[in-house]
Design a protein around this ligand. Structure first.
Ligand code: COI
Length: 360
């Protein structure tokens, strides 16, 4: 468990961007957290320092063999000035599952929570308060050993940076158009699809670029073996409301176990809406639409929150969902989830963790 953190405050505070200039991931706060690992000393030397470039040896393993993990979570400032984190333990637990898959050493959950709290306390003035804004937190680990043999690194750095953000998509909370990818695949069971590691995202860029050229925001991935089961969207899990029941692909070893996905399932069940976690084929989705049974579709993710899907394109067959408008359930989920996150609505699930108890 982390005790006293070494803190070096910046002498040059940056100018903060206006709320309408935020976008996603463009601006970074004044400080960052950093901690080292070596096989001899384990995780050690936790510290908060001014936000700055990191210096790495060109032979650092992260550059060559991609041993790196990241997470994404958010902090919010409530109207009465409290700072709340959304389910931080879930992200750190998932980080440890990703670590395990990529042979990266495990993190102590309490240490990371304490690091988050202290870093947020130092940069709390950076948490935006305008509607649909928040402080996005990006913890990540990189393999730093300078050695070219293909083997797990003996040295790592765990770093946390923070970015005040607005909506992830330029559409804001309006429906996005998604291209169903038929040529490229993201992952297969037994691979690293379940891990939050950079390679999964790098592998998706080509398809995303091609989809963008055709006017689509992201791609919807199909499974890598049969090329027919729906997996996930570039940065979101997906849900479909068909005949009153909400369907989402079951966690099958190749898709991400999203924290927002898990929260939406809990919320729906709390409202007595039936949720089916199962393999879903793209054909049956089109069939449901033809029969007039596909009522809504939306994606979920930390960055995107709830993003309604207004259109799918699969092999040039365009499927418009709910007339391209935001569905009633998607809107209710968005309002409820963000209401809980901003401390405006009751939190019956005990999701929010107060970060403002720390004085720095
Ligand atoms: C998140 O929602 O935190 C993600 O990881 C998406 C990110 C790749 C932008």
């Amino acid at each position: 468990m982390l005790q006293l953190l070494e803190i070096e405050l910046t002498k040059n505070k940056k100018q903060q961007p206006a709320a309408d200039q935020l976008g996603f991931g463009n601006h970074f706060t004044d400080h960052m957290f950093i901690m080292d690992y070596s096989t001899d000393n384990g995780w050690h030397k936790p510290r908060i320092i001014p936000y700055q470039p990191i210096v790495l040896d060109p032979a650092a393993k992260v550059f060559h063999y991609g041993q790196t993990i990241f997470e994404g979570l958010k902090a919010y400032k409530t109207d009465d000035g409290r700072v709340l984190l959304f389910r931080p333990q879930k992200n750190i637990q998932r980080m440890n599952r990703s670590n395990e898959r990529l042979s990266v050493p495990e993190l102590d959950i309490d240490t990371v929570i304490e690091a988050l709290k202290q870093l947020i306390a130092v940069d709390k003035d950076w948490i935006p308060t305008a509607p649909s804004t928040s402080l996005y937190i990006r913890p990540f680990i990189i393999a730093t050993q300078a050695q070219l043999g293909v083997a797990p690194s003996t040295h790592y750095q765990f770093i946390i940076i923070m970015s005040p953000v607005g909506a992830y998509y330029t559409e804001g909370v309006n429906p996005v158009k998604i291209f169903v990818e038929s040529d490229y695949v993201r992952s297969v069971k037994g691979g690293v699809g379940e891990a939050k590691t950079a390679g999964n995202y790098a592998a998706g860029l080509k398809a995303q670029e091609l989809a963008k050229e055709k006017g689509y925001s992201q791609v919807l991935w199909l499974d890598g073996v049969h090329r027919k089961y729906i997996e996930e969207v570039g940065s979101m899990n997906v849900f479909f409301k068909i005949n009153g029941v909400v369907h989402t692909p079951a966690l099958n070893g190749s898709i991400l176990d999203g924290v927002t996905r898990n929260s939406i399932i809990q919320l729906l069940q709390h409202w007595n809406v039936q949720v089916a976690q199962r393999p879903i084929t793209i054909e049956e989705l089109y069939e449901a639409s033809r029969k007039g049974e596909l009522e809504e579709a939306f994606g979920t993710g930390t960055a995107a929150v709830i993003s309604p899907i207004g259109e799918l394109n699969w092999k040039d067959d365009v499927l418009v969902i709910n007339k391209g408008l935001t569905g009633e359930l998607s809107k209710k989920l968005y309002d409820t989830l963000t209401g809980i996150q901003m401390g405006k609505l009751a939190d019956p699930f005990g999701w929010m963790v107060e970060a403002s108890a720390v004085n720095v």
